[in-house]
Design a protein around this ligand. Sequence first.
Ligand SMILES: O=C(O)C1=C[C@@H](OP(=O)(O)O)[C@@H](O)[C@H](O)C1
Ligand SMILES: C=C(OP(=O)(O)O)C(=O)O
Length: 449
Amino acid sequence: MTGTLEALWPAPTATDPVDAVVTVPGSKSATNRALVLASLADQPGYVRRPLRSRDSLLMAEGLRALGVGIEDILNSSTGVPGGGDAWRVLPNRYGLPNPLLGPARVDVGNAGTVMRFLPPVAALADGAVHFDGDPRSHERPLGGVITALRALGARIEDEGRGALPLTVHGTGGLVGGTVTVDASSSSQFVSALLLSGPRFQQGVEVRHCGDPVPSLPHIRMTVEMLRAAGAQVDAPEDGGEPDVWRVSPGALLGRDVVVEPDLSNAAPFLAAALVTAGTVTVRDWPERTSQPGDQLRDLFTRMGGRCEHTPDGLRFTGGGRVHGLDADLHEVGELAPVIAAVAALADSPSRLSGIAHLRLHETDRLKALADELNGLGGDVTETADGLRINPRPLRGGVFHTYEDHRLATAAAVIGLAVPGVRVENVQTTAKTLPGFTGLWDSMLTPAKG
Ligand SMILES: O=C(O)C1=C[C@@H](OP(=O)(O)O)[C@@H](O)[C@H](O)C1
Ligand SMILES: C=C(OP(=O)(O)O)C(=O)O
């Protein structure tokens, strides 16, 4: 969808400090890992409170295409089919010796988790599995996964591009073993190989070689979820060799997993408290989590807010002034768009670094943020690995979103403080945050009584 006038969403401006309690949908990263692990398990399992968004529905569809049964559990309170609060995953619904089957076609959309986590699963299937997705998916890095899978014994046709579209010719199993991969463009290369690793005959040892791997909390999430499913994993943070992860071959357990709220998607809501000097409580914020979004507690405190865990969730309060931030966001790149929006409204300059890899996310996020904030009168400069943001009074105008959910939520944050911001294709938030505009409106006008 392009930026026609009808498609523009008038971002609401906050007239008062926000005061709301918000339920954020489930974590994309946890939902999509849980689906993969449940599909590779020996027994049926449940994924409860899953995220149902474009990225997770594509993951579920991809796994179904390979023969996995993924059923909606009816929500007993409303009886709405498909609107239930769990998925039941039947890894071997036909009772076959190898339940993963081609031929199949998988649409990855523009989901990094689907385009990277499913080719290793497809290598375990019997038959050809073709992968394709949105035009942007052809540009996103995938070569590390392709090269590594070949080294581990898979046959993959990609016409020499090292990218999508491609076909994995599964033979029902993979030898596995040790492989070296440059994961400096995406941590998902490592997560992808580890998630399917227990099912490779020799397991897998992934050795990263290159510039530092971004988004390390996401690899920790992979390791934690694998261990919870019964896998034996050696990881650098447990005293292992730096940049080396090892997964032993073995069965995975069918489990009952409850998905945490997506803390990265809590960012715009907490940002609303910060920029309006209000209070937002995010329900069910875990006391301990591997989600990178947990670092918002520290980052937004440095920008002028304060937070506390309460029985209702994480309560975050803006302090009335918003400060600039000098931070290396290499580990938490997902948070950069909303942080950049807050920084544009701050009382001092910001420098965000360590996020060169964002140029290959849903869009070139560094360029998009600089162009769009500058389009509203801002003073944002792209650096080699980040952004320099000098706050300036902003004016209303169209904020283009480049089919990037996090650009759209960043725009909504600007709109709280700047009248007349109109957001192109706000529906793109459905990639990970369905119903965003409704949640945003409810935060701004909470039900009385
Ligand atoms: O594994 C995951 O669930 C993710 C890892 C990160 O990817 P990169 O390492 O490519 O940044 C993150 O940005 C993405 O949104 C989700
Ligand atoms: C980079 C992101 O997504 P993906 O999983 O498609 O890489 C993101 O959600 O910010």
